[in-house]
Design a protein around this ligand. Sequence first.
Ligand code: SF4
Length: 511
Amino acid sequence: MKLSMWTYEGPPHVGAMRIAASMKGVHYVLHAPQGDTYADLLFTMIERRASRPPVTYTTFQARDLSGSTADIFKAACRDAVARFEPEALLVGASCTAELLQDDPGGLARTLDVNVPVVPLELPSYQKKENWGASETFYRLVRAFAGSATRPAEIPANSCNILGPTSLGFRCRDDVTEIVRLLTEEGLDVRVVAPLGASPADLARLPDAAFNIVLYPELADVTARWLKKTYGMPYVSTVPIGIGATQDFLAEVRALAGLAPREAGQDQASGRDRLTWYARSVDSNYLTNKRVFIFGDATHAIAAARIASEELGFRVCGLGTYMREFAREIREAAQAYGIEALVSDDHLDVEAAIIAARPELVLGTQMERHIAKRLRVPCAVISAPVHVQDFPARYSPQMGFEGANVIFDSWVHPLMMGLEEHLLQMFRDDFEFNDGAAASHLYPHAAEIIEDAPALAAETLVWTSDAEKELKKVPFFVRGKARRNTELFAASKGIRPITVETLYDAKAHFAR
Ligand code: SF4
């Protein structure tokens, strides 16, 4: 048992639902207790989908347990096939139904329905949503592309895009952006899957020269299988950020046998605006801002690269809730001289945020809550997300327009440079005081920063002059100044802390 209040991912059958809901012609029969239909709301309310997801639940009740739940399952399958006439039927069990051991896969084989049935084995007590989605996609691709013959002549510039799904963070616009970019580069995008694909489209996957994996947590396994089975190479550089997009396009062009890209063309064409915005003098105040990053592995690693290489931030924390990607995130964190956090416990994340003392948090909906409570600016970079991150407007994260969107959405929560400056100059002003919010923010006090882990009480004696002097330090680094001074005083046995100690400590740590 584990005490949980927030979970970053749903159970694996929600991942399977995401695949079914992404595709055309697939219906999912889910053996599940009454009440599990709550998951429909993820699609109809958060994603604001206009139709119900293609899922039939068996919705068995307590009284059904004395009878045959297996018969309920079989009847639900037959009804679903008769009513929805899908091209393929997915069958599986939710957590409770897994305990019943009705074996949906085995039962489905006895159904005698005239559509291909793909059974899912999703261990609900060990695995989570993204794993469930990845496994479902892999099973479907195996079922429909498994017996395909790869054509003898395949144009080198043909490719498939793998990984975008329903309920994925900004997948809708990422696909639009990347398909447009690839088309402009002279690529022929054949199949995008699972989002928008049918089982027949999956059968055509081996007809392209290579695959592009946009979301490794969803499509890495499938791409590896396609490589092993059909020798299809794949690109797995995720094009989030300018540098990553350029690397991605260079790799894609190399695979497609096209000439290398010209340097500087993206800025000259005006589609990369992030680079200029980040260089403009108004962005000077962003330099070395401490940023804590947490999310799914793909978005967290991409965000760290943008933060450090493209915006000049300092990455002071990096982590993911996906244990499957622990190695990748650890490698990425090493490059920033920090230790990665791999945890799906939001309390661990909160503790890590407090310890890292960031000036900006980039995370999921959970980190938005944590940051709000700690009064640290925050932007959302990864699922899980609320309805506001399925926006009506075009908001990709990938490609050049994605980088433009990222620049705006990360910088917006920060206090403007001028406001920061005014806060320091007029800290006693009724409007621009330490406790006052930036004009567009909630109160932007520095409580987290003042909340430094306390040293032993006897070392915490400050003279009133020293306290006054400390107040002159800008609030966003004041906590650090306090902590360093106290550490310095403790190490030297100084008591009480005077103005002099404050400056001695400053000189000591500046060395
Ligand atoms: S079966 Fe699983 S998803 Fe459904 S209510 Fe129980 S724990 Fe939640």
